[in-house]
Write a protein that binds this ligand. Structure first.
Ligand code: PLP
Length: 356
């Protein structure tokens, strides 16, 4: 049976990425060796790193004066590295969920943190509006897509100060005006590569403002200077990331990906909104994520939730159980997921609804 992959992360990869990675595990760059067993300082791997950086910059239209890094440690290490490197005195943070609050917790270790707004009062099912960011902060930090709750900020905020964003789960799903940002980061395991690599886009002249002592490995300047080769980088995930970037370019780039993502999300949200049984957990359509669609059973059908998970799983729908903090269901519609899978899920929802 065909499986449809709705896992939230790690999550679906393009077939191209998987095939090319499998080939390189057997024989990398005609070296007669596996990519698992060659030096990261070989000219063949250096070429992979260089092309990955160049394609990343090309696809996102990253202006001059920025570096793209591929590091270890996950987005979670960035929660600490960002304030360690960028927070001089005070920073503003927007609290839109678990990941945002983890970033806030780490920032407080390094300076004053102004949490300008929070949607915690409604279990993070909306994006706060009507907040102001003080003009004297070093940066404003936000999480563009809240993977767990299915909310998303799909337009670069206008807050009057330099911005930093966690784009772990929606990078490459919309154009971003990079020039408004000092730094953007994310774990790769949602829209880019297998787990193990973290991307960082950093404005070179935003570094070096703090006189705090920073350990060498945690200092962005180290990695900028060494081109992500200060120590052994995550070789295989970087190779896979390059394949995904090639695939994105071949599809037509960000605007094409965005259109595909919006279309997929529309199909699923429309099915949920017109159903008698299911309801989206994010009421305001403007706040809804096009990457992670969260929904539950209406109160009168609540006791059928477990049955629906089993019913859908038996029909090849993988990974649709909602996060424990939200319950119900979550269908992640990352870039590599085809429209066909969304339609298959909608069919299964209708079939279940008709049975009850
Ligand atoms: C998955 C995720 C993280 C955590 O990433 P790790 O690489 O596991 O540390 C952080 N932020 C967001 C928005 C995520 O979706």
């Amino acid at each position: 049976m065909k499986k449809h992959n709705f896992y939230a992360g790690p999550s679906i990869m393009s077939q191209f990425t998987i095939d090319e990675t499998a080939k390189a595990v057997k024989d990398f760059a005609d070296m007669g060796l596996s990519i698992l067993e060659i030096s990261h300082r070989s000219k063949q791997f250096q070429a992979v790193m260089d092309e990955a950086v160049a394609l990343f910059k090309e696809l996102l239209e990253i202006p001059e004066g920025y570096s793209v890094l591929f590091l270890g440690g996950g987005a979670s290490l960035q929660f600490a590295m960002v304030p360690m490197n960028m927070l001089v005195k005070k920073a503003a943070y927007l609290d839109t969920g678990v990941w945002a609050s983890k970033a806030i917790k780490e920032a407080k270790l390094f300076g004053e943190v102004d949490v300008v707004a929070s949607s915690k009062d409604k279990n993070y099912n909306y994006i706060p509006r009507d907040y102001t960011v003080p003009s004297d902060v070093d940066y404003f930090h936000y999480t563009s897509n809240n993977t767990i709750y299915g909310t998303e900020i799909r337009k670069d905020p206008e807050v009057g100060v330099r911005m930093i964003a966690d784009m772990s789960s929606d990078i490459f799903s919309r154009p971003v005006d990079i020039s408004k940002y000092d730094l953007i980061y994310g774990g790769a395991q949602k829209n880019l590569a297998p787990a193990g690599v973290t991307f960082v886009i950093v404005k070179d002249d935003a570094l070096g403002r703090t006189d705090r002592v920073i350990p060498t490995m945690l200092n962005y300047a180290t990695h900028v200077k060494k081109g992500s080769m200060f120590n052994t980088p995550p070789v295989l995930p970087i190779f896979s990331a390059l394949q995904t970037l090639k695939y994105y370019k071949q599809l037509g780039g960000i605007k094409v990906l965005e259109k595909m993502d919006v279309d997929k999300a529309d199909v699923l949200y429309n099915a949920i909104d017109s159903s008698k049984m299911f309801v989206a957990t994010v009421p305001n359509p403007e706040d809804r994520s096009i990457m992670n669609v969260c929904f539950v059973m209406k109160p009168e059908y609540k006791d059928l939730e477990k049955d629906f998970i089993d019913f859908a799983t038996e029909r090849g729908m993988m990974g649709i159980k909602g996060h424990r903090d939200v319950g119900g269901f979550r269908a992640s519609l990352y870039n590599a997921l085809p429209m066909e899978s969304v339609k298959a899920l909608v069919d299964v929802m209708k079939e279940f609804e008709n049975k009850h």
